[in-house]
Design a protein around this ligand. Structure first.
Ligand code: KIV
Ligand code: ZN
Length: 514
């Protein structure tokens, strides 16, 4: 029997700390459900003391997730631990993750505390967390630049205080694989009570080494890896879940442990996180990039056709890539639609939600004969996005785009039940349309991101547009999909504007927040 490698996903906490990746409570719940289907062991849902929005998001995730442990982050402060304990009250299985910095530079400059004091805070925090749950994780922040002797002392003390998982974070992505692996082996060997806790790692990707460092730690005894979908996270991101999981699975010959992840759910999670956060996945990204399994060179194609293992070390279908399967079409009925959506893991809250989604499906099927799973996923995502306080609605859009002429767009919107029409010209059809909308809604927001992705293959594919707007420090992502990318762009812009107008559910990080 191989050891279990615990997969701790922090997309909803550390991933969200990526500037612009802020998610609403509903979005977090949707991602948490996808992570549960992926069979992630622990879902770090947020940092409850950071803001009321973060507290409510952790609470909401704790309420719906049954199979995975739901975790809340807390500084080593009573008020943070109490907030985390409170947010996790409804969870089937909960964990409190508390941390304090242990590197000389962090202790002196940031905390302005003596090492002895830091140990006192850590021990006190773990004991307090144990009053809420017997599943307590402790992290010495910036462990990658901490002194090993000090790490041994503080970790021994927190195990005695009741910590069950010791997470070693390379907070600033400074470590290199051999050295980081050796640190993990040394800690396990030197700490007298190390057998009473699970060693975990949490690596940042500043030098592009987060996955390599995590795997080196696993080879040296770590049995939990903290990671995020698509490697989302602060600065250069965190270790990517899909890469860690597939490395351990593909190289069974070198790893003495295995994960419980259902790898066929990887791609769905990747697409969901990408569309919600507006962070596209680069085409050559391992496992989930559009080209990850594409064999372009003739010599490769020839080899793969003769025997796929000549060039393929993994099977695309094992991580959720299926040849775009036509699942539904124009003549599919409501029951077929409902059952396919249910198979994809979505649930309708009410009959009217189902009816509305089915009406959208019919509209799409009129424009596109073959409806793939990816189309259905986008349709549901879009519905979820729009559900949020839609006080501006697109009624009509007419665009004139002709060689040698300046493109022009006329837009009609319903704004708070009143129809308004505006016209603008621009550098292209999309530019003219967004300018016409902006003329009518006058947000004065800054456009931070405009991206278009094709959801499936073919020129009749839906284009999925993400638009990120920033206004007075608040950042929102809007999503729109349509077989016409000008309309998709208009929908995405309106969606973002509606979000700017909706009550501020902000959590860190937003521009100007500490
Ligand atoms: O990078 C880090 O140190 C963290 C800790 C809170 C674990 O995210
Ligand atoms: Zn981190």
């Amino acid at each position: 029997m191989k050891d279990k490698l615990i997969i701790f996903d922090t997309t909803l906490r550390d991933g969200e700390q990526s500037p612009g990746a802020s998610m609403t409570r509903e979005e977090k719940v949707r991602i948490a459900k996808a992570l549960e289907r992926l069979k992630v062991d622990v879902i770090e849902a947020g940092f409850p003391a950071a803001s009321p929005g973060d507290f409510e998001a952790v609470q909401a995730v704790a309420k719906v997730i049954k199979d995975s442990v739901v975790c809340g982050l807390a500084r080593a402060l009573d008020k943070d631990i109490d907030r985390a304990g409170e947010a996790l009250k409804g969870a089937n299985q909960s964990r409190i993750h508390t941390f304090i910095a242990t590197s000389p530079i962090h202790m002196q400059m940031k905390l302005q505390m003596q090492p002895e004091q830091v140990i006192e805070y850590a021990v006190r925090a773990v004991k307090r967390a144990r009053q809420y749950t017997d599943n307590v994780e402790f992290s010495p922040e910036d462990a990658g630049r901490s002194e090993e002797d000090f790490l041994c002392r503080i970790l021994e003390a927190v195990i005695d205080a009741g910590a069950t998982t010791l997470n070693i974070p390379d907070t600033v992505g400074y470590s290199v694989p051999d050295q980081f692996g050796a640190t993990i082996a040394n800690l396990i060997r030197r700490i007298p009570n190390s057998d009473k806790a699970i060693f975990s790692v949490h690596c940042h990707n500043d030098l592009g080494l987060a996955v390599a460092n995590s795997l080196s730690a696993v080879m040296n005894g770590a049995r939990q890896v903290e990671c995020t979908i698509n490697g989302l996270g602060e600065r250069a991101g965190n270790a990517s879940l899909e890469e860690v999981v597939m490395a351990v699975r593909t190289r069974k010959d070198v790893f003495t442990c295995q994960t419980g992840i259902d790898t066929r759910e990887i791609l769905t999670c990747s697409k969901l996180v990408s569309s919600i956060t507006g962070f596209p996945v680069q085409p050559n990204k391992a496992i989930v990039g559009a080209n990850a399994f594409a064999h372009e060179a003739g010599i490769h194609q020839d080899g793969v056709l003769k025997n796929r293992e000549t060039y393929e070390i993994m099977r695309a279908e094992d991580v959720g890539w299926t040849a775009n399967r036509m699942v539904l079409g124009k003549h599919s009925g409501r029951n077929a639609f409902k059952s396919r959506i249910t198979e994809l893991g979505f649930e309708f809250g009410s009959e009217s939600e189902l009816n509305e989604a089915f009406a959208r499906f019919k509209q799409l099927a009129d424009k596109k004969h073959e409806i793939f799973d990816e189309d259905l996923q986008t349709l549901i995502s879009e519905a979820g996005f729009e559900a949020e306080d839609e006080h501006i609605k697109l009624i009509a859009l007419k665009v004139c785009s002709e060689t040698g002429e300046i493109p022009n767009a006329t837009v009609t919107l319903r704004v708070d039940n009143k129809e308004v029409t505006g016209t603008a010209s621009g550098g292209g059809a999309v530019d003219a349309s967004l300018k016409a909308i902006e003329k009518l809604v006058q947000t004065d927001a800054t456009l931070e991101l405009y991206s278009v992705n094709s959801i499936t293959n073919g020129t009749d594919a839906q284009g999925e547009v993400t638009i990120r707007l920033e206004k007075a420090g608040r950042i929102v992502n809007g999503l729109g999909a349509d077989t016409d990318i000008v309309i998709a762009s208009a929908k995405a812009y309106i969606n973002a504007v509606n979000k700017l107008h909706s009550p501020d559910q902000r959590r860190h990080p937003q521009k100007g927040d500490v």
